[in-house]
Design a protein around this ligand. Structure first.
Ligand SMILES: [Zn+2]
Length: 107
């Protein structure tokens, strides 16, 4: 990656930092191949970190673990939901059988 430090040269009117969108001062950093302008190299680095954060939004492994735990507990909940649904169906079927049997006995 190549940068050009531009000094004492006002950018064209309305030029702003590609990272923080602040209007550029008399000195700024310009990305040579992309022609993007930044306040300074720190601003560019922060911007890159933000872009990385959008791809992998978990800054620390702890957050990733929390998210994975949330996902796995959610899928467990889904499984429990399916289990309780099938249990309810089994109960209703058994109840129907018992009821039918009881009615048959009465008749
Ligand atoms: Zn900036």
């Amino acid at each position: 990656m190549r940068f050009m430090l531009v000094n004492q040269e006002r950018p064209r009117h309305g030029a702003s930092c590609s990272a923080c969108a602040r209007p550029l001062g008399s000195s700024y950093v310009r990305h040579v191949s992309k022609q993007e302008r930044y306040c300074d190299y720190d601003c560019y680095r922060r911007y890159q970190q933000t872009a990385m954060g959008m791809l992998w939004p978990y800054q620390s492994s702890l957050e990733a673990v929390t998210v994975l735990a949330a996902i796995s507990s959610w899928s467990l909940m889904m499984q429990m939901g399916a289990l309780s649904r099938s249990l309810t169906e089994a109960y209703l079927r058994a109840h129907d059988l018992l009821t039918a049997e009881a009615e048959g006995g009465d008749g």
